[in-house]
Design a protein around this ligand. Sequence first.
Ligand code: ATP
Length: 323
Amino acid sequence: MFLSLRGVTKRFGSLVAVDHVDLDLTEGEFVCFLGPSGCGKTTLLRLIAGLETLDDGEVLLEGTDLAGLPARKRNFGVVFQSYSLFPNMTVAKNIAYGLECRKWPEAKIEARVAEMLELVHLSTDAGKYPHELSGGMQQRVALARALAPEPAVLLLDEPLSALDAKVRESLRGEISELQKRLGITTIMVTHDQDEAMEMADRIVALNRGRIEQVGSAEELYWDPATRFVGEFIGRINMLSSPDLCAGLDKTAGETVLAIRPEHIVVADRGAHSGTVRNVAFLGNIMRLGVEAGGQDLEIEVHGRRKRMRVGDTVTFDLPADRV
Ligand code: ATP
């Protein structure tokens, strides 16, 4: 295994921020740590980077325990949310800095900086200072700086969350493409499920310092292992109403029934009916808030021309194979 976490644990006082995390990464994989604020994803990334010390467990790179190896000796490239470029250095100097610290020969540094600038499409901005660049450009410099020393692993801590939506979307594609082209093992922390689903080979869903599920976006979406994952990845209706659950023969033991809003089928002769409480028209999708069987449901209707209104009665089916 390329990178392994074994029982990784971190406590802050009585709070267990990261709780016995086991995870294996293969070389070249792109993994996202996904979870709500405070679930421990940044702490876990910092433990891998060597920016925090473990209370328990181990981090192994190709079988070697990294305990005692400080961050600067781990050969991991790290990019933070806040760019953290050196403001008094040009773009080229920022990228060269890590190579100078590692005592690379001057000619090699120059060639590597030029290569990195080209990689992130900033060749014409080499002489500029960070304050002369947009947020997206600064983050590309930070990426180039992290990649320059040929790190074994790239660690990205919410690298896109400070950017506006358009820039974020284009950088998502750019980072993914770069990661595939270089084949560099990458871990990215995010709380944005769309980002994780679009970019990651595998998603690690974290909650309260523990892994709830590890899998592809499709696996987490179609087969959530826990209620938390079902609710966090995409939208979901928990079915509590006895009326709605009647006939859905799955109610044994601890089972919880749930259905995605887009899987509820609005049909004139549907088995259930409800009252529309709110309507959001989003172009290709109409999102309805519906009260049915004494509970609230979210229903997503696709490609329907006729607009529904608050107070309308809607009839629908809950297909058993989608519940
Ligand atoms: P966010 O997206 O908000 O950054 P996160 O999932 O990255 O959240 P962490 O930053 O890893 O979460 O924090 C996990 C828990 O550990 C939180 O409850 C946080 O308050 C706590 N924590 C993190 N760093 C420290 C610290 N240095 N001292 C004390 N508590 C900390």
